[in-house]
Each structure stands twice: as structure tokens, then as C-alpha cells.
Design a protein around this ligand. Sequence first.
Ligand code: ATP
Ligand code: MN
Ligand code: MN
Length: 308
Amino acid sequence: ATRSQAMSSDTPHAPTAVEITHPERLIYPQDGIRKQDVADYYRAVMDWFLPGVVDRPTSVVRCPDGVEKTCFFQKHALAGLKHVDTVALEEDAGAAAQYIVPRDALSVMELVQFGAVEFHPWGGHAETPDHCDRLVFDLDPGPGVTWSRVVAAARLVRKQLEQLGLVSFLRTSGGKGLHVVVPLQPATLWPDVKSFAHAFADTLALAHPLDFVAVAAKAHRKERVYLDYLRNTRGATSVASYSLRSRPGAPVAVPLRWSELGKITGGDHYTLRTVPRRLAGLRSDPWKGIDTVQQDLQRVLDAIGAHR
Ligand code: ATP
Ligand code: MN
Ligand code: MN
């Protein structure tokens, strides 16, 4: 809000909407979904989408010629953006790079105009990049894993987190699997978040070796759910809630109530065409309360006697 106010006082005729060029261009050719449909989708879900990306460094997957042609996973700011803020963040080598930071609807729509289909925020904020406030367990089913086993795996992750006093939230990825999201308040330094996530994944894999695997090697994933804890390092991203995915059918990553898990058929259950209907029918946010949960990971680590 502050940004658009600043713009309107600087420039009396500041735009309130971004012009979508090539609105007829097919972005999902198999589904007949055009660039204008993508823009209309993001405009329609904007109030639900924004809280997941605002003030977070956010990578985008751009598919300028549609999802069947080359798409680009873009971490850094691109030239020509007028309404998208950027922040300089230190990277592995110690050098800084400019990261995209959505602040408002206008910035999201400009990224869509520049071909963005998917949005992938950090689990931390641009102003406090060394801290994480959203831990994500990314459940990746390996070959041969039926959906009912993915569902059971997610419930087990939730139960195990509950035993540590941690409340978690559920989202379809829009792809093959599910994400279990743990809000952290106060935000926690990345190395602590990573060591917790790693230990948690290893422990589940040891206790349930036929169901889970915690090592990334593809050879180990057959018939098991890979508990990908590597989303939990500084600079890593997870797909945003309500982001489209660049796959046939235009699936969407959708927050769910835990009680809904039994009713869905896969990580790609919801699409560009069905999400607006779902949102119109909701009585309340499936992730209601995620921003007010107070859970201090440091206290959990202290309680179980873990130390860095
Ligand atoms: P699925 O359910 O099919 O696994 P997903 O979104 O969880 O969907 P993953 O392959 O498990 O996909 O990736 C997890 C996250 O890693 C993504 O959501 C994304 O934020 C990030 N990621 C994916 N591709 C890249 C990439 N090329 N570079 C950096 N990060 C990526
Ligand atoms: Mn995944
Ligand atoms: Mn993964």
C-alpha cells in the first residue's frame, strides 16, 4: 500500500493496472488457456494469493511462449519491470544479487505481463532474510506410491509435529505431492530450521522405513515418499499458495483444511478453472490463524535437547 501511495503522489497519472500484451497467446495450449486467462486468474484470486508472497523474495517461473515451450526459473530481478520492488541479498559466494519482492497486486500483475506463470517465495521476509517463518516439509511420492499412501504420510508428519507441540498446515503442490507448512513465530535462523527439518525427516524415515525416505538419491525413492527437508535453507523456495503450475491442465497449489485431505485425488486436484469456484464457496480461510500461531522452534529444540 505504501508503495502505490508513494507512486500516486509522485506521478499524478500512475497506472493502477498493467496492460497485458498478447492477451490471445496460448499459455496452456492443450487447455485453450491464454495469457489473458492467466492474468484474469491472478486478478480473481489476488486477495488470497498476496499474503503468501508479499515482502518475500520470490522466484518466478516464466513461460513467455507457453508451458509446452521453454520456461525459465528466475530468481533475480529482470530489466524493464516498473512496479516490482527488488532487494539486494547476499548469496552463497558472498556477493549480492537483486531479488524480486512482490509488494502488491500491481507488482504481481506486472510479473504476469512478463510471462510469470508460477511464483516461488522464500520461507522468510526480504527485510529479515536470515530468518525463517515458514518451515516446509515437501512430500514427494516416488514411483509406485499410491495417493492413499501420500495422504497417510502427510497425516503422520502432522501427528509427529503435533507431538512436538507444532501446529502445521496443508497444501497441495499443484504437482505430484503435498506440502506440510509449519509457521514459526518468532522467526528462526535458517541453520536451526534446517537442522531441525533434517533430524525430523531422518527420524521419520528410520521409524517408518517402508513409507519414508530422507535422502535425495532417486534410487531410494521407489515405493516411498521422499521427505524433502531441503526446502528449509536460506535461499530455497516453495511454490506459493494459489500459484499456477506450468503443467498441462493448469493445476494450482491450494491450501486445504486437514479435514479435506481425504476428499482430494492428488497434488494436482485443483486447477485454474476450479479454484475460483472453491474460493467463492469457502466460509473461511482453510489456513485461518496461520499468522497468529505462536510457536518458537528454539524452545522445541531446547526441549528435546538438540543443539547446533
Ligand atoms: P511436486 O508435488 O510435483 O513435487 P513441488 O512444487 O513440490 O511439486 P519439487 O520438485 O518437489 O516440486 O520442488 C520443490 C520446490 O523447489 C518447488 O516448489 C520450487 O520452489 C523449488 N524448485 C523447483 N524447481 C526449481 C529450480 N529449477 N530451481 C530452484 N528451485 C526450484
Ligand atoms: Mn514436492
Ligand atoms: Mn521436492
